[in-house]
Write a protein that binds this ligand. Structure first.
Ligand SMILES: [Zn+2]
Length: 272
């Protein structure tokens, strides 16, 4: 059986050719990702995706596709060893509404699963809508302290970034922690896969268990982005199903699951 990498973004494979020092914090990394969205040409994306797929031809990927709607890229990604999720971003309700129609058209055309990026980047109405219309619901959640504080209503660096780039719109923070918020939206169930879950409380671990949601961990990415480490003790205590991914080359050295496992074991053993 092919090893399954449960979380990656193949479109960020071009980061392999860039200098990638460990990040100061999550928001600094977000700024970098947003700026590269406009700087990188599709030719480089295509070349790097083809190369990485060749390198990991024995893998099965759950891939997230977000930033490019380039037909060539979408076609390259359509292959038997990739389960593709087309990710939606849109915090302001009006912007989300405008984007959604085009988004759903492309997802249907290529037969990609629908996916919401994160509780801090998608309007709640669209988180619920995407959840309703997909057999597997995948969402990044509780990845950084900045995300938690932003959702709790703090005017932190994430708030400032979103305000500066004009994406806040009419979004009002729920004043809840990420998993509690997703629970209240009714989008936690056995079909839900929560990516990261680094910053969860015991109550949130209980909610994950109670609803039958699952967790996908990417510990090397968490290390690279300096966001902390997953609470392995809590997952164990509540017997939460854990899956492993590498995230992308924008926050990791490779997409190798063996290396990810090795790092995770070290984290657990050394209690780093
Ligand atoms: Zn990710």
């Amino acid at each position: 059986m092919k090893p399954i990498n449960y979380h990656t973004h193949l479109e960020f494979s071009y980061f392999k050719y860039l200098n990638r020092p460990r990040e100061k914090d999550f928001v600094s990394w977000l700024k970098k990702i947003i700026s590269f969205k406009f700087l990188v040409k599709d030719e480089l994306r295509i070349l790097s995706i083809k190369k990485i797929l060749k390198e990991y031809k024995d893998y099965y990927f759950w891939n997230i596709q977000t930033f490019t709607e380039n037909e060539k890229i979408l076609k390259i990604l359509k292959r038997p060893n990739i389960k593709n999720f087309f990710e939606f971003i849109g915090l302001d309700e009006n912007i989300a509404k405008l984007r959604f129609e085009k988004y759903i058209k492309i997802a249907k055309k290529y037969n990609f699963y629908l996916s919401a990026h994160a509780p801090y980047s998608v309007n709640p109405k669209y988180i619920k809508l995407i959840y309703k219309n997909t057999p597997i619901f995948k969402i990044h959640a509780a990845e950084s302290k900045e995300e938690v504080d932003f959702l709790l209503g703090k005017k932190n660096s994430m708030y400032e970034l979103f305000k500066n780039i004009g994406v806040l719109g009419n979004f009002t923070p729920p004043e809840k922690r990420p998993i509690e918020y997703l629970y209240e939206l009714g989008v936690l169930s056995p079909k839900t896969y929560l990516v990261h879950c680094v910053h969860i409380t015991e109550k949130e671990a209980y909610l994950i268990k109670k609803t039958g949601a699952k967790v996908i961990l990417c510990p090397r990415s968490n290390y690279y982005l300096n966001v902390g480490k997953p609470p392995f003790d809590l997952f164990k205590k509540y017997n939460i199903p854990i899956f492993l991914g590498t995230d992308s080359l924008a926050s990791n050295d490779d997409l190798n699951l063996y290396n990810e496992k090795k790092f995770s074991k070290k984290l657990i053993k050394d209690k780093l």
